[in-house]
Design a protein around this ligand. Structure first.
Ligand code: ZN
Length: 327
């Protein structure tokens, strides 16, 4: 096998680090998983990332010189131009960490950094559901809501790299508080966290639902998954919570359709396991609210890369930044 154009993708998460050796076509040649153990501090975490990269190289019998580049997807906010992780909320103690430089120095391989949501958008665009598409919106819907914008075939990252924060579009000005400090963000209305909050509220108020039954009456045990389970078993209240949350998601998407006139919206993340309960309300909201020519032009599809989106996105980010040349 020709050992050409090989990349290492590292997906740095709050709980685990996934690493893969990947070829330029997105085929995964080797993998490694380890715990982040963020509480041990940033130096230990960076060391674990470097060790993981060395393990996938060792297993494939590769020297660093045979690897074209390393891509790292990190929780935001980051500065992709300087390769610095600014202040990620789920990596305590990480303030202005020059991650690109640290990994580059340890491995001796050119390294690129991108925030995980943008990296995932690039991954789906290069290797997944968005191949060949010029204008695409990527949305991840799980405990939070994130996203990335591919415009004219390239990642649009804005003036300071903060573009694509789809989860923090205000859709209900005096709605529930969001983790970002604002109120009524899409994330505060349509995320797994928002669904769990609504379910918990019903249990607290003593509304007789299957949600309460499944949680044995304890509001703290209510999760989005539990609400979805109750909905699948026919619970009307649970079905309404999901329909409302996913309609909000669609309301947000309808605005994006009017703004960007995309060809494709790719939705990934844990909530997509709900299938039509997610895609139905989103498609209907776009049909009802967006300008008809733009609404007709867009397809809303599930993400294609599954759990590999992190590592493949990191590689896609490295390839995109290499192509863009030095800043
Ligand atoms: Zn917010």
């Amino acid at each position: 096998m020709a050992r050409q154009n090989l990349f290492i993708g590292i997906d740095l998460g709050g709980t685990k680090i996934s690493t893969a050796l990947v070829d330029a076509a997105g085929r995964i040649i080797g993998r490694d998983y380890c715990q982040t153990q963020a509480a041990e501090g940033r130096r230990a975490v960076v060391e674990r990332m470097v060790d993981a990269a060395r393990r996938v190289m060792d297993e494939a019998d590769l020297a660093p010189a045979q690897v074209t580049a390393v891509g790292v997807g990190s929780p935001g906010p980051i500065d992709s131009r300087t390769g610095v992780v600014t202040t990620p909320p789920n990596l305590p103690g990480w303030k202005n960490v020059p991650l690109k430089q640290l990994i580059e120095e340890a491995l001796g391989i050119t390294t690129f950094l991108e925030n995980d949501a943008n990296a995932a958008a690039l991954g789906e665009h290069r290797f997944g559901a968005g191949q060949g598409v010029q204008n695409m919106i990527y949305v991840t819907a799980s405990t939070g809501i994130g996203g990335g914008l591919i415009l004219n075939g390239q990642l649009y990252s804005g003036t300071t790299g903060a573009a694509g924060e789809i989860g923090h579009i205000t859709v209900l000005p005096w709605g529930p508080y969001c983790g970002c400090g604002n109120r009524g963000c899409l994330e505060a209305l349509a995320s797994g966290t928002a669904i769990a909050r609504e379910g918990r509220e019903l249990v607290r108020r003593g509304v007789p639902t299957l949600i309460a039954e499944l949680a044995a009456g304890d509001p703290e045990l209510v999760t989005a998954r539990l609400v979805a389970e109750a909905a699948d078993k026919g619970d009307i209240e649970a079905q309404e919570i999901l329909a409302e949350a996913m309609t909000y998601l669609g309301v947000g998407m309808a605005s994006l359709v009017n703004l960007f006139n995309p060809e494709l919206i790719v939705i990934g993340g844990g909530l997509t396991k709900m299938g039509e309960r997610l895609f139905g309300p989103v498609r209907r909201a776009i049909e009802r609210r967006a300008f008809p020519p733009a609404a007709r032009a867009v397809r809303v599809v599930p993400a294609a890369l599954g759990d590999d989106v992190g590592v493949l996105g990191a590689v896609a980010a490295a390839i995109a930044q290499m192509a863009a040349g030095p800043p």
